[in-house]
Design a protein around this ligand. Sequence first.
Ligand code: GLP
Length: 248
Amino acid sequence: MTDERPKYQRLVDHLRSLIADLPVGAAVPSERALADDSGVSRMTARKALAALEREGLLRREVGRGTFVSRPAVSLPLMLTSFTEDMRARGLEPSSRLLGRSALAADAELAVVFDVAVGEPLVRIDRLRLADGTPFAIERTTLLDRAVPGILDVDLVAASLYDVLEREHGIHFDAGRQSIRAAIARPDDATTLELAPGDAVLELVRTSIAGGTVIEHTVSTYPGARFELSASIAPVTAAGTSRSALRAR
Ligand code: GLP
């Protein structure tokens, strides 16, 4: 079977698998070497390197070369959306719908949303991509009565947070987020183009508006492609003394 992918895409895919096998800091072939080896123009090689650099998988150092890097997904201590996060990094966000349904809160979700068991909720699962590359799977549960009709909205084209704000007047003013490591579920591994058994990072976010929990999302990111970073403040700035922390 002939490979129908355009040369550019083939080169990007090839570089992506090369990078996945290399440690951070390892050098990757130069623009010229890539062009010669892959039979593409220097321009195509440059474009492919630039795309992976924008994703944070490569870092170019003037006069030294191009090196493997890990993208830093900044730990959203702010209630930013995937769309905003990606645009801030110069990447074009998109989504693919994996599933959506209405459901009733079970005991666990009733605690999360602080509602009675049986409360109507909705579930929307999306694959989130950046510049066409799978970045995360997001499984979002929403409080139905706060977002009537949301299951009919096209959340492939639109940002969920934009829709919540525009159509439901929801502005999140509080939230909680936790991060945990896990092994990719077999179907997630396929969707995220991972090998079976690869590690993932799960970000679990609960977003609150006016005291009501509206959203609970589990975002699954490929562990090896991401790094989480966050600003940290001196303990005293948060009104906590070191001795108080030690006493805990
Ligand atoms: C981030 C959050 C999710 C949230 C999503 C909304 O990824 N971790 O909890 O649901 O953004 O993204 P968007 O508005 O782009 O659909």
